[in-house]
Design a protein around this ligand. Structure first.
Ligand code: CAA
Length: 261
């Protein structure tokens, strides 16, 4: 896998790690990095062995400190719009990758970095992580989904505050606000992420995929339609061998062995 700005590795069977690898610039997201994230995402989508993706930043300082300011500095309005549209498209494709994706936030998680983390299924963070949407300090708005995903996660008032003050919040405060699920000491962050990934790959892949899809599609629907979607997903699982295996294993008091069909 030939990348310049990211690393993609299989840590253990089925568990992949994508690392934004520009530590000298706090893993700032330039156009090439965004394109490589898309390429990695597509590789995983095409790989039936891929079961969980962990996403992190290289080094001990940053997950990603935002879109690359040096690269954006002289962009025209049209170039800015195109960069935003590309980022939005790539992050949405990451969000809808049919396997669980966990953001493992190991430092600054700002602007486009925070928007990248929010495109994952959930976020875990180290104690030294900081979150924020500081675009207003640069005279721009968030451009990779911050004005839309943040209010869905932490509510309107808190989003208004973060985006209008540019204030950074600590990992603990981000957890308090519902942006982060768990906070760990920096040295144990990746091991905790791996523990979770190892647990997830024991579950039925079809059930995981349908659960994720139903949550993502349902959150922007009215409740009746969203619940109808859920019952269809539930029904569909009964056509799988995994459902028979999962329920038989429970009744026979043994561990289930799922095969994703
Ligand atoms: N783009 C480009 N380079 C960046 C960067 C970014 N977003 N963030 C950090 N860097 C670079 C710095 O320029 C610096 O490089 P040099 O050593 O070559 O000077 C290096 O990373 C280290 O940064 P600092 O010296 O500033 O380190 P610090 O510890 O003093 O501060 C920081 C760390 C608070 C993260 C600070 O770097 C910072 O505020 N970064 C910018 C954060 C930001 O504004 N992000 C939003 C970007 S806009 C955006 O993301 C739009 C969107 O929604 C799509």
């Amino acid at each position: 896998m030939n990348f310049e700005n990211i690393l993609l590795e299989e840590l253990e069977p089925g568990i992949f790690l994508l690392t934004i690898n520009r530590p000298k610039v706090f893993n700032a997201l330039n156009q090439a990095t965004v394109a490589e994230i898309k390429r990695a995402r597509d590789l995983l989508d095409a790989n039936p062995q891929a079961r969980v993706l962990l996403l992190t930043g290289a080094g001990s300082k940053a997950f990603a400190a935002g879109a690359d300011i040096k690269e954006m500095h002289n962009m025209s309005g049209i170039q800015g719009r195109d960069f935003s549209q590309e980022g939005l498209k790539v992050f949405r494709s990451l969000e809808t990758l049919p396997i669980p994706v966990i953001a493992v936030v190991n430092g600054y998680c700002l602007g486009g970095g925070c928007e990248l983390a929010m495109s994952c299924d959930w976020i875990i963070a180290s104690e030294n992580a900081f979150f924020g949407q500081p675009e207003v300090n640069l005279g721009v708005t968030p451009g990779f989904g911050g004005t839309q995903r943040l209010p869905r996660l932490i509510g309107r008032g808190r989003t208004m505050e973060l985006t209008m003050t540019g204030r950074q919040i600590s990992a603990e405060e981000a957890k308090d606000w519902g942006l982060v699920n768990h906070v760990y000491q920096q040295g144990e962050l990746m091991e905790k992420a791996l523990e979770t990934a190892r647990d997830i790959i024991k579950k039925g892949p079809v059930a995981l995929e349908l659960t994720k899809d139903t949550i993502l599609r349902g959150q922007d629907m009215d409740l009746d339609n969203a619940c109808a979607l859920e019952s269809k997903a539930f029904g569909l699982t009964f056509s799988t061998e995994d459902q028979k295996e999962g329920m038989s294993a429970f009744l026979e008091k043994r561990s289930a062995k799922f095969h994703g069909k």
